[in-house]
Unconditional design. Structure first.
Lengths: 314, 230, 308
């Protein structure tokens, strides 16, 4: 089998396993897995920029939240139905990521990290400030009756699971395909050696710009899906913590790998779930995981597997 | 027929004129060597030609068009290729991926052919950073050649190559001659004398002299400034 | 209150904020200047200072000044000591790689913050100020009989707030003389200028880094001890100082002491003044956007170097 055929088998196999899991798991874990799939979609979006292009944003929560607010407010305030509201979420995230990209890409390295952090902070504060519409810290709940798509109730656990799986699969297959394309190869070139890539005749700025927009839009799509599937929109999702989470998931799962974001998100979700049963200081786990990953396993779980045993892993 | 021309090209760093009002022209198909002592402004000059370094003053013309205001990547797309003085390959990618990015295509036979030109075809799957230094230089040259440029700019290509590899390099460059115009910065005078059709000597940012290898060898100014020392 | 007295009050509140902010930001700036890394956990060292101050001051039943002085001495040592451990265990191991350091110190941020939650709890607790006299302030007015003084209702400050300003200025002056007059300062400046040359001249760069990292954390903790009698200690209190310090260090120019102090005055004063008249959230939004745009369009800040 060629490498491309192998990765197609891997991705379709993964989706098949997830379908089976959705059908056999008890409701509690089915709900968890649906949430993990949406969060993993967010991580996939983050991975496009961090893992493949080598740009570390510390403000991705603003894209996730832009999708969430774009979609949620359209449903909550303007009574839109699910599909156009999802479109609104995607459009909001795409527009925001374009503006942020044009400004932030004038900087590099640590400055890029701080600029994205600051923009996200301004977004978060704005969400609080506009509490009259956004509900601020409290957020708002989207009425169950509105969360219907083509006659299916997205509030019903199994339907919700398959909706989440659809969102995840689209993001997974889209990015896996994109990274096989010349465009994705050039992003990897930018990550590995920006100046060399420029001097091979590639427009580095345009590629980075597109990477930010694609990454931000996928993240926003995840945020919009979260609003629709779980019916809650709040400023927490725009906070610094939600910018750090995808970084953690991708580092843990393996940056620049297609399935790493899911592995990292699932692992961390259950770790936090377990820890929060023990103590209210469960975020301690997050801190410890970040430090340990930085020190001992920068390649993450899938990255280490690729390094040691399965070099073809996409 | 002139492929490349510079008019009054100047680069000022602080108060220092690293390249000072250089008028230069390069005929199509020529192998042209740029020599001169360290700090003469050779790398800065080709940096301005390729667009890596913005010119303080002056113009660059390529294939009859003024390209002074174009960014580097557009100049490359219009038919230049540039190899770095300090090896700049994708160290964590395979040789195949390195050349594929230079080629702009993952067509296997084409990539392998480009690697074969520097004798690295059997190492296509290896990680570039694991190669010996000389082989990394060769890979870099292969990437420049793979772009099939009108103008190939080589900044100190033989630095760190063994004698036998230099032989292969000379052979490769001669095989390109005619189709590809080559602008070469080189310290190794044997390579310069063996390859160059014309030589330009730069000193303190200015053109000191220009001529065939024999003329340059005979020029006493050049001997004082450069050859005598080296 | 009329506009004039109201403004004077805002300026006084702003000056207290600016004084403490200058100290906190100086710690962050020092670490960036010498070590070329960004310490995202800086705000947590600030929080540690306040929380440790509470642990020290609250069991002492005698005069509150005794507990306060003890806290002033011990809290910076504790925070500095923990910072040295972080430097040895994390930063040194990633060889001060700028990006790895950021990710690593984000981890440290959560570890310190959540440990404080476990040990200290989620409550906000006050520390009693060592002294606290209300000082009414006069205002001038053109009356029938020419210029006259009067004491508007509500225009007052406390002796402790004035002390905070004086103490911060004294610490800044001390810091400046340490940097410019002592051998330790010379070694730090040499390391900042050129790491390789410093190594060549036999400066123990690794030890300098540990000291600088500890010193930066101690400055943050010290400013927290100063402010905790006014603000109360809470395990999440490190967030705002971190953000404001970032803003100050970026606007002032990275690693520039003069720029940091000037920017702290600018940001602290305007934050204080604007918050009196505008919503504090709105003023924070404007400040964060401003700093992002400064980084984009004028990365060298008012004084100092580019962040690469």
């Amino acid at each position: 089998m060629t490498v491309n055929a192998r990765s197609t088998v891997l991705h379709l196999g993964l989706i098949a396993i997830l379908i089976v899991l959705g059908l056999v798991l008890p409701t509690y874990h089915q709900g968890n897995l649906a949430r993990i799939l949406v969060l993993a979609t967010y991580a996939i979006g983050f991975n496009v920029l961090f893992g493949y292009t080598g740009l570390l944003s510390l403000g991705h929560a603003m894209f996730f939240a832009a999708g969430m607010y774009g979609c949620g407010l359209a449903m909550h305030l303007a009574d839109w139905s699910v599909l156009p509201a999802l479109g609104m979420g995607l459009a909001s995230a795409a527009a925001l990521s374009l503006v942020v990209a044009v400004l932030a890409l004038r900087t590099i390295g640590v400055a890029f990290m701080i600029v994205t952090l600051m923009f996200a902070q301004a977004f978060f504060l704005a969400a609080l400030y506009l509490g009259e519409w956004t509900g601020g810290d409290e957020g708002f709940v989207i009425a169950q009756a509105r969360r219907q798509l083509a006659g299916f109730a997205l509030t019903e656990p199994l339907t919700r699971f398959f909706a989440a799986l659809t969102v995840f699969s689209v993001a997974l297959l889209l990015t896996a395909w994109l990274m096989q394309m010349p465009f994705g190869r050039i992003l990897i070139g930018v990550r590995e050696n920006e100046e060399r890539t420029r001097m091979l005749g590639y427009d580095v700025f345009r590629h980075k710009l597109l990477a930010v927009v694609i990454s931000g839009t996928i993240s926003g799509g995840a945020g919009a899906a979260y609003a629709v599937l779980f019916g809650y929109v709040g400023a927490t999702f725009a906070s610094v913590q939600y910018s750090i989470f995808p970084l953690l998931w991708v580092l843990l799962g393996g940056m620049g790998t297609t399935i790493g974001p899911l592995i990292g998100a699932a692992f961390m979700f259950y770790l936090i779930d377990y820890a929060s049963g023990l103590t209210n200081a469960y975020l301690l786990i997050v801190g410890a995981a970040l430090v340990l990953l930085t020190l001992f396993a920068r390649a993450g779980i899938v990255g280490e597997i690729r390094k040691r045993w399965v070099p073809w892993l996409p | 027929m002139i492929l490349l021309e510079t008019k009054g090209l100047t680069r000022i760093y602080g108060g220092l004129r690293a390249v000072d009002d250089v008028d230069f022209s390069l005929a199509r198909g020529e192998i042209h060597a740029l020599i001169g002592p360290n700090g003469a402004g050779k790398s800065t000059f080709v940096g301005m030609v390729s667009g890596r370094i913005p010119a303080s003053k002056g113009e660059v013309w390529f294939e009859g068009r003024n390209i002074t205001s174009l960014p580097a990547h557009v100049r490359i797309k219009q038919g230049m290729a540039y190899t770095f003085q300090i090896t700049a390959i994708y160290a964590r990618l395979s040789l195949f991926d390195n050349v594929a990015l230079a080629l702009g295509s993952r067509d296997r036979p084409a990539v392998l052919e480009a690697l074969a030109r520097v004798g690295l075809a059997d190492r296509a799957a290896q990680t570039a950073g694991d190669l010996a230094y000389g082989h990394q230089r060769l890979l870099e040259i292969a990437m420049g050649v793979a772009q099939a440029p009108q103008l190939l700019i080589l900044d100190e290509p033989t630095q760190g190559l063994a004698e036998s590899e230099i032989e292969g390099f000379n052979h490769l460059i001669r095989s390109l001659a005619g189709d590809t115009t080559i602008l070469l910065i080189e310290h190794n005078m044997q390579v310069v004398m063996a390859l160059a059709d014309t030589i330009t000597v730069l000193d303190t940012g200015k053109i000191l002299s220009r001529g065939t290898p024999d003329e340059i060898r005979a020029n006493s100014d050049v001997q004082n400034a450069y050859l005598g020392v080296g | 209150m009329d506009f004039g007295p109201h403004l004077l009050l805002a300026v006084l509140e702003g000056a207290v904020g600016a004084a403490v902010l200058a100290l906190t930001a100086l710690g962050l700036s020092l670490v960036f200047g010498v070590m070329r890394v960004v310490n995202v956990a800086h705000g947590e060292f600030f929080m540690l200072g306040a929380v440790v101050a509470w642990f020290i001051a609250s069991p002492i039943a005698a005069h509150p000044a005794i507990g306060f002085v003890a806290a002033l001495a011990i809290a910076p040592l504790v925070a500095g000591g923990i910072a040295v451990v972080v430097d040895r265990l994390v930063l040194k191991r990633v060889e001060y790689d700028p990006e790895a350091t950021i990710v690593g110190t984000i981890g440290v941020l959560y570890i310190i913050q959540q440990s404080a939650l476990m040990i200290y709890g989620p409550e906000a607790r006050p520390v009693e100020p060592p002294f606290n006299h209300r000082i009414a302030l006069p205002w001038v007015e053109w009356g029938d009989s020419g210029l006259s003084f009067y004491y508007p209702w509500g225009l007052s400050t406390t002796s402790y707030k004035l002390f905070v300003i004086v103490a911060a200025v004294a610490i800044l002056v001390t810091f400046w003389s340490v940097m410019s007059r002592t051998r330790l300062g010379l070694i730090m400046r040499a390391t900042q200028l050129d790491r390789e040359t410093a190594v060549a001249f036999g400066i123990p760069v690794q030890r300098v880094y540990s000291i600088v990292f500890g010193f930066g954390a101690a400055l943050a903790a010290l400013s927290a001890v100063l402010i905790v009698p006014i603000q109360q200690a809470h395990y999440l209190m490190g967030h705002d100082p971190l953000l404001l310090s970032f803003i100050v260090v970026i606007i002032g120019g990275l690693g520039s002491v003069r720029g940091t102090v000037v920017a702290a005055l600018l940001i602290g004063m305007s934050d204080g003044i604007i918050s009196v008249f505008l919503s504090p959230t709105l003023s924070k939004i404007l400040a964060t956007l401003l700093v992002a745009l400064v980084l984009v369009f004028r990365p060298q800040g008012l004084y100092g170097k580019k962040m690469a």
